[in-house]
Design a protein around this ligand. Structure first.
Ligand code: GLA
Length: 392
């Protein structure tokens, strides 16, 4: 990982001035998948992988953005920001600048240097980390107060409107509001949230399948459309319904025959997953590990069978983990179609768990998985970099 001093040195070498430094974390989601854009509940935690951004103001109305990871620089005029080709890394920071401008935040341009260690395309929210770190840095270097809720919403807007991914609010929210040693229960309708302590003798172990299937972004938007279709049909019988969050399982069963079978299954996932989030929070609070494990298993099954966003590598990673001593629960995390699983593992068992899961997964797939351990960590912040470099 880069230190803030190295980041400042790299900034100075490129832009010739000093800068302010911000960072924002990636996340895992413990439970509550594909519920955020249905006004539902999620339980993510920020992790110790960050996007770092150094920024300094310019007065000429231009943005000059350098990505260390892609070793590329992009320039744009603030007055005419528009997306580059699909999937270009710069669409995330450009989208945030555009959303901040539209929200009336006055800034006159900036030099920006981005370096991240959140793995790309692994379902750990590297995009939200870039967005939030960029937004934090742009506001900070203009002397503007950072309202974290507004920042999370503007970053989501950037991703929805500029990047074109119809994501919910979970990733940007947890990147802004994460807290050390805690997961965050978020009501994605009211945006009320509370923190839920992760027991001190458990670790979050993240297993990267090392695959990312191409389908991910088109299927994501397709799932969202199916949920909206479910709401449209169910509303004929229950006009008070605004989102799947408002539908009960018995209402779905009663009127399910009016829904195409895939839409029915999508709705069933969302409704049961929302209930699982609330039960999981209670299980965390009473330290009922058996219940937690069962809820994570059920969540994975529902994502695999009803929502159809898992894949054979994720299923295998969950299955391999289930056979290990010390595992409390395992499931896929994030949007799906590859990426990572989240595993709650007893601290004492973690090193054997890593070794054995890696060996079993590679022997069955020929792939070498990355297995990370991270405590739940705090949200985005500006780093105060002292003038004197540490010795050595
Ligand atoms: C992606 C999106 C989130 C959320 C998850 C699935 O991470 O960015 O908004 O919908 O997928 O739970």
């Amino acid at each position: 990982m880069k230190t803030p001093h190295q980041l400042l040195d790299a900034f100075k070498a490129r832009f010739g001035t000093t800068a302010s430094v911000c960072r924002a974390p990636g996340r895992v989601n413990l439970i509550g998948e594909h519920t955020d854009y249905n006004d539902g509940f999620v339980l993510p935690a920020a992790i110790e992988f960050y996007c770092w951004v150094a920024a300094a103001p310019r007065r000429d109305g231009r943005l000059v953005i350098h990505s260390e990871n892609f070793d590329e620089t992009v320039e744009a005029a603030l007055d005419s920001l528009s997306p580059l080709e699909k999937k270009h890394w710069a669409n995330y920071p450009l989208g945030v600048a555009s959303a901040l401008r539209q929200a009336g935040k006055p800034f006159t341009g900036a030099n920006i240097y981005i370096a991240g260690d959140v793995p790309f395309g692994a379902g750990l929210s590297s995009s939200a980390a870039v967005e939030v770190a960029t937004g934090f840095a742009l506001l900070g270097q203009s002397g503007l107060q950072v309202d974290r809720l507004e920042l999370a919403q503007l970053c989501q807007k950037a991703e929805n409107e500029f990047v074109g991914a119809r994501v919910g609010i979970m990733d940007q929210f947890i990147s802004c509001f994460g807290r050390a040693s805690h997961a965050l229960l978020l009501d994605c309708r009211s945006l009320q949230h509370e923190f839920v302590k992760v027991p001190a003798d458990l670790q979050l172990v993240i297993c990267n399948t090392m695959v990312k299937h191409e389908l991910a972004s088109s299927e994501y938007n397709a799932r969202r459309a199916e949920c909206e279709e479910g709401v449209r049909i169910l509303r004929k019988a229950f006009p008070e319904i605004r989102a799947l969050r408002d539908v009960t399982l018995s209402q779905l069963d009663e009127h399910g025959r009016n829904l195409p079978s895939k839409v029915f299954a999508r709705c069933r996932h969302v409704i049961t997953e929302n209930a699982r989030v609330k039960t999981a929070v209670e299980a965390f609070r009473r330290e009922d590990r058996q219940a937690l494990g069962q809820l994570m298993r059920d969540s994975h099954r529902s994502l695999r069978d009803d929502y159809e966003v898992s894949c054979k590598e994720l299923d295998l990673m969950v299955e391999v983990a289930a056979a290990q001593p010390g595992l409390i629960g395992a499931r896929m995390t994030g949007g799906g179609f590859g990426g990572c699983t989240i595993n709650l593992v007893e601290c004492a068992a973690v090193s054997d768990f890593r070794r054995k899961v890696a060996a079993a997964y590679s022997s069955k797939t020929g792939l070498t998985p990355e297995i990370f351990v991270s405590p739940a960590t705090g949200g985005a912040l500006q780093i105060v970099v002292l003038e004197n470099k540490p010795a050595g």
